[in-house]
Design a protein around this ligand. Structure first.
Ligand code: NDP
Length: 285
């Protein structure tokens, strides 16, 4: 028997053990995927355990995606670019860090949003870990421009400065969070992505929308990376304004599918993973 797990804290809500185990069972692999709740001061001990021969690797979630980096033996290019790791592979006791959030973000956008980001104008709300993955993905995909708007302006400018060297074909800029910024950025945008936690279950701000609703236009795709609830207040408001919407569940499932393929070398059964995740979100056993 081999083991995988998701390392996070407090991790009450992770869907990964549910849809990953469904996929492993479908593939008839003798692998158990567990939740590994880990406080900050237990992270080094947890990673020592991950080097065991019985452990294939792990996912990493809030709040450890950056903190794990110095504890690993190597990083792939994407995780280096994003500055965060969400997948660890145990290669004979050496831990290799990867980032599949970028793959998940782009695959969901293309397959479920039917949106090709090449040369498109994009606005991102937020500048945390999800926003970093989104900006790296959009730069890789050759978006025309990406504007980041965040409550903490310094975080948005830092994100842009760090990713700028990668952006050969994409114009990047940061704006402070105020109505005039939204007005300027959204006026000509094709895709709006919410990477803040506003509107998510358990955030304490479940009813809030991160952008001025009156500026949403029917010609935009509005992509909210939040997956709980399945339809956020932003998605509801955007739909009312006539815009197409995309939620965060496809990104979550596709990042997990890419991780599973790295650990097992087998194609991930994404339909099985979606079904398990949807059942869990609806509270079904
Ligand atoms: P971070 O904590 O790294 O970033 C949170 C972001 O939200 C920051 O930009 C922060 O702004 C902003 N924010 C928080 N509270 C407020 C507020 N009251 N007003 C305005 N802005 C606010 O989180 P992540 O980037 O990791 O995650 C963000 C969301 O994306 C979460 O809901 C998470 O569940 C989801 N997510 C979904 C994934 C998927 O696969 N679908 C993958 C990863 C994340 P500031 O910088 O000013 O604090």
């Amino acid at each position: 028997m081999k083991y995988l797990g998701v390392i996070g804290h407090p991790q009450i809500q992770s869907l990964s053990p549910i849809f990953q185990q469904a996929a492993l069972d479908y593939l008839r692999l003798d692998i158990i995927y567990e939740a590994w709740p880990t406080p900050e001061d237990g992270l080094a001990t947890r990673l020592r355990g991950t080097r065991s021969t019985s452990v294939l690797g792990a996912n990493v979630t809030i709040p450890h995606k950056q903190a794990v980096i110095p504890l690993l033996d190597g990083l792939d290019e994407t995780s280096r670019n994003v500055g965060a790791v969400n997948t660890i592979i145990n290669r004979e006791g050496r831990l290799h860090g990867c980032n599949t959030d970028v793959i998940g973000f782009l695959r969901a956008l293309r397959e479920d949003g039917a949106f090709d980001p090449t040369r498109k104008r994009v606005v991102i709300a937020g500048a945390g870990g999800a926003a970093r993955a989104a900006v790296v993905g959009l730069v890789e995909a050759g978006a025309g421009s990406v504007s980041v708007i965040n409550r903490t302006y310094a975080r948005a400018t830092r994100l842009i400065e760090e990713i700028l060297p990668l952006a050969e074909n994409t114009k990047l800029d940061a704006f402070p969070e105020m109505y005039a910024s939204w007005g300027a950025a959204l006026g000509s945008c094709d895709l709006l992505v919410n990477c803040t936690s506003l509107g998510s279950t358990g955030s304490g701000r479940e009813k809030e929308v991160p952008v001025p609703v009156d500026l949403i236009r029917s010609t935009m795709l509005v992509y909210d990376v939040i997956y709980r609830p399945a339809e956020t207040p932003l998605m509801k408001a955007a739909r009312k304004r006539g815009a197409e919407v995309l939620g965060g569940l496809p990104m979550l499932v596709y990042q997990g599918a890419a991780s599973l393929e790295m650990w097992t070398g087998q194609p991930a059964p994404v339909d099985v993973m979606f079904e398990a995740a949807n059942r869990a979100l609806k509270g079904k056993p």
